[in-house]
Design a protein around this ligand. Structure first.
Ligand code: SF4
Ligand code: SF4
Length: 261
């Protein structure tokens, strides 16, 4: 009991044992509904969302992205920066249970966010304000998690494949690569406007859809008919297109350019 309380306090203070893991190393782990600590990790938690997490979750819920953002998320910034950080909200400020935690466990298990799939692994470069690490992955060890004492040995790629993270990593990659570069916008006068566009494209995909198809966007930017048809019918493609357009808006780079009149 005392140990549980201590661990809870460590979690509240954001203190974990983070053990760097080499590329060719393995870790032992198993997580399943019968385990004594089932769902303990869904309390006192910060679930940071990627754009494709938001897209999957709002689709599963059958709601628009703007409604999803209001009902289920909270927008913060990375420490000592103005880089937006979107997190799932919590149900109970005291116990800080994830909004999607139900009686039977995660109510969104099939489309649970990337950070939940990765657990107990983490990426050292997830914080864009931190420097590069020679050892990019680490294992999160918390006393309450019994999963470290069960199951088979996994390499990081094996765990990612088992948890369905590899596809999400690939889809989010161009966006994740953009995040550390947002720091360079700090001195630009039009920073706020750029950050608002970044937030719309990244997380409010239905508003971005309206922006593309219900404004003069397609007249102003060089977008082929084939691309316009593709992004009109496919939400994943629209988001991938959005990442490319962000490269232009934020850094003046990338394949999407204004039309020459
Ligand atoms: S989304 Fe699901 S798995 Fe992730 S913290 Fe919430 S309840 Fe747990
Ligand atoms: S084994 Fe670890 S990850 Fe699985 S439910 Fe328990 S605390 Fe959570």
């Amino acid at each position: 009991m005392e140990k549980d309380k201590k661990q809870k306090n460590r979690r509240e203070r954001g203190e974990f044992d983070l053990k760097p893991i080499a590329d060719d190393a393995t870790f032992r782990f198993s997580c399943h509904p019968g385990i004594s600590c089932f769902n303990a990790c869904c309390h006192e938690i910060d679930v940071v969302l990627t754009p494709f997490d938001v897209l999957r979750l709002k689709k599963k819920l059958g709601i628009r992205s703007d409604e999803f953002l209001v009902k289920y998320t909270t927008m913060q910034t990375y420490k000592d920066s103005e880089i937006p950080l979107l997190k799932l909200t919590v149900k109970d400020e005291k116990r800080r249970q994830c909004i999607f935690l139900g009686e039977e466990g995660c109510s969104m298990y099939e489309c649970r966010p990337t950070v939940c799939r990765n657990y107990p692994t983490g990426v050292a470069t997830q914080d864009p304000t931190a420097g590069q690490s020679a050892q990019p992955f680490f294992i999160i060890e918390e006393d309450m998690c019994q999963g470290h004492f069960e199951g088979q040995n996994w390499s990081i790629p094996e765990w990612k494949a088992n948890q369905g993270v590899a596809e999400l990593d690939e889809l989010n990659k161009p966006w994740l690569e953009m995040i550390p570069r947002l720091k360079s916008l700090r001195l630009k006068d039009d920073k706020d406007q750029k950050l608002n566009i970044f937030i719309m494209v990244s997380f409010d995909q239905d508003t971005f859809r309206s922006f593309v198809f219900e404004s003069s966007f397609l007249e102003r930017f060089e977008v082929s008919q084939a691309t316009a048809d593709l992004i009109r019918k496919d939400d994943d493609e629209l988001l991938k297109f959005g990442f490319k357009w962000l490269e232009f808006v934020l850094f003046g780079e990338g394949p999407i350019r204004p039309r020459k009149h």
